[in-house]
Design a protein around this ligand. Structure first.
Ligand SMILES: Cc1cc2nc3c(=O)[nH]c(=O)nc-3n(C[C@H](O)[C@H](O)[C@H](O)COP(=O)(O)OP(=O)(O)OC[C@H]3O[C@@H](n4cnc5c(N)ncnc54)[C@H](O)[C@@H]3O)c2cc1C
Length: 112
């Protein structure tokens, strides 16, 4: 199926989600393609991993990240970024890997 978007964001990690929020605020037609689950890299962290950043440093889209401790753990981050994605109703396709990108004159052809 072919889709045309003004902005394609490859990867639904924290940065991809933050870009999507800003695109949405600016009224840009965007789509996130994520090869795995939401925040796939974080999902693959060790199960009991604690971030070295405090939760306020990990916030995106002005959504408060309240953690049980100053430094959140993996599960809290997974829940947080899911909550952000739901709150903004971000346009994201999960389990969709980008396989190739080709530059044409004034557009890119991306195969996933
Ligand atoms: C153990 C550990 C602890 C960490 N602790 C901290 C911390 O405390 N504070 C901090 O700021 N950072 C920490 N980091 C780094 C943290 O992972 C990054 O800051 C954060 O994930 C970067 O977000 P990102 O969206 O740029 O990249 P990522 O989270 O890596 O997101 C990239 C996404 O792109 C997807 N992707 C890749 N290739 C494709 C493709 N071809 N098609 C579609 N999707 C694709 C991936 O599946 C992934 O979901 C830690 C990292 C590790 C490993």
């Amino acid at each position: 199926m072919q889709k045309n978007v003004s902005l394609l964001i490859i990867g639904g990690g924290p940065i991809g989600l933050a870009c999507a929020i800003e695109a949405q605020k600016a009224g840009i037609n965007y789509l996130i393609l994520e090869k795995g689950c939401l925040v796939n890299s974080l999902y693959h962290y060790p199960v009991n991993m604690t971030f070295f950043s405090t939760s306020d440093k990990l916030e995106i889209g002005n959504v408060p990240f309240v953690s049980n401790n100053a430094k959140p753990v993996r599960n809290e981050a997974l829940e947080y970024y899911r909550r952000v994605t739901d709150a903004y109703k971000l346009n994201i396709q999960l389990f969709e890997e980008v396989m190739s990108i080709e530059k044409n004159d004034d557009f890119f052809t991306v195969v996933s």
